[in-house]
Design a protein. Structure first.
Length: 437
């Protein structure tokens, strides 16, 4: 084993969260080394951005690259209910005019590569492919990482701060047993890609369409992409999708054939590529940081994909963590309190999106709500665009509750989580070891 030169910050993972925290720290003058185990480009799901990514992308100097890309521009989201009735589009710019209300549908293999290249251009020392074997500790403080070397052996890289952006493998969350599985959002997903499928015209071409299944067991995402393909997938309770129903292809086609809106949209094209499946069990860590370390992106938590918040939460956690780390490095304070000072604000924002997700699964109708409270359409749109970190959106919850049936039960909080061992046992029975590939 050899010891490599020390850095200010070692980042594990080169996805959107890792690229964000690295770039922003490098902008503040920190010496950052990022370790990404895969060679990019690599496949990843989570293709739809929401408008609140704008401010972080601007700080990253990514906006010119995004505008010059071929990614489909996204101006709105629409919902189709179980009876096939389509809502009016929720146009983002009707609520907040300006370019920040337009976003993109991205191919993640391309987007993630752009983000990581951007980190390199800002001075981040990117090591790829490079596998981090473990985080090094002295007592309770993280002091670096052990990295597998090409050709065998390993090396230690000392760091004042270690950022875990390793995605759902989430090294430190597992090490310290911090994961809390959401007691409500235990979904699964099966998806594929369709070439030449229907897409709307004009500014509706890039809309994300959320289509409820006729039996109300789940919903479909329909995301147009720039290579004449559509990302199409069904999300439903884990047991419903994966217990005793045959192959992923069989289940996908059964659900497709049972949903006239999906069948109609796909009728003009043909499938391209294989079928993919994953567990969408939502989870969060019980803490965001410790002495000398922090968790961001999926390494901190994963929220149901219903409102396409995944990349926003990755970017936002990376941004908030970067500011806390940079200030801590400047003052010589890399304690858990300093590195995790952003946790309460971030969790409150995730809670807002989680509630909107849970309300949808519990029968919430956007059309019914807007009809009853038309003056609050803007606040609902704020939530849909990801404006989650400001108290003004909380105005919707009281009116929403006024539409509850009298026997409706309170939504359990994410802290009322399921024991990890129980969830892992179910996953092993019904999903392959690496369902994302």
């Amino acid at each position: 084993m050899s010891t490599d030169s020390s850095v200010d910050v070692a980042v594990i993972g080169g996805g959107p969260a890792g690229s964000t925290v690295s770039t922003l720290l490098a902008q503040r003058g920190a010496k950052v080394r990022l370790f990404e185990r895969d060679q990019f480009p690599r496949f990843h799901i989570g293709e739809s951005l929401i408008p609140e990514t704008y401010d972080v992308l601007k700080r990253l100097n990514m906006l010119p690259k995004m505008k010059a890309s071929g990614f489909v521009k996204k101006y709105s989201v629409q919902f189709v209910n179980a009876q096939g009735k389509m809502s009016a589009p929720f146009y983002f710019d009707e609520n907040k005019p300006g370019e920040r209300s337009q976003t993109w549908q991205v191919v993640r293999s391309e987007f993630d590569t752009m983000m990581l290249d951007n980190a390199r251009k800002h001075g981040v020392d990117v090591r790829q492919p490079a596998r981090v074997l473990e985080v090094l500790f002295e007592g309770d403080r993280a002091v670096g990482v052990k990295v597998q070397k090409e050709g065998g052996g390993s090396e230690e890289v000392r760091a004042k701060v270690v950022v875990d952006a390793s995605g759902q493998s989430t090294m430190l969350q597992n090490k310290f047993k911090l994961r809390l599985w959401d007691p409500v959002l235990n979904k699964g997903a099966i998806w594929t890609y369709w070439e030449g499928a229907y897409r709307d015209a004009g500014r509706d071409e890039g809309a994300t369409v959320v289509i409820q299944t006729p039996n109300k067991q789940g919903w479909w995402w329909y995301i147009p992409q720039h290579d004449n393909t559509v990302s199409i997938g069904v999300v439903a309770p884990f047991d419903y999708l994966f217990k005793g129903r045959g192959s992923h292809e069989q289940v996908f086609n059964e659900e497709k054939d049972a949903c006239p809106e999906v069948t109609k949209r796909l009728s003009t094209g043909q499938r391209r590529g294989g079928y993919y499946a994953t567990k969408d069990y939502s989870y969060r860590s019980s803490q965001v940081a410790g002495d000398g370390w922090a968790l961001i992106g999926d390494a901190f938590g994963f929220l149901d994909p219903l409102y396409s918040s995944g990349v926003l939460l990755a970017l936002k956690s990376g941004e908030l963590a970067a500011d806390a780390i940079a200030d801590g490095l400047a003052s010589g304070d890399t304690s858990a309190a300093q590195l995790g000072r952003w946790g309460d604000v971030f969790n409150k924002g995730v809670d807002r999106m989680r509630r909107l997700v849970c309300e949808y699964y519990d029968g919430f109708s956007f059309g019914q709500f807007v009809k009853a409270y038309p003056h609050l359409k803007g606040k609902v749109t704020d939530l849909l665009i990801g404006d989650l970190f400001d108290d003004h959106v909380d105005e919707v919850w009281g009116p929403l509750e006024s539409l509850y049936p009298p026997d409706k039960k309170a939504i359990p909080t994410w802290k009322d989580g399921t024991p990890p061992d129980e969830v892992n046992k179910v996953n092993e029975l019904y999903l392959p070891a690496n369902p994302m590939r």
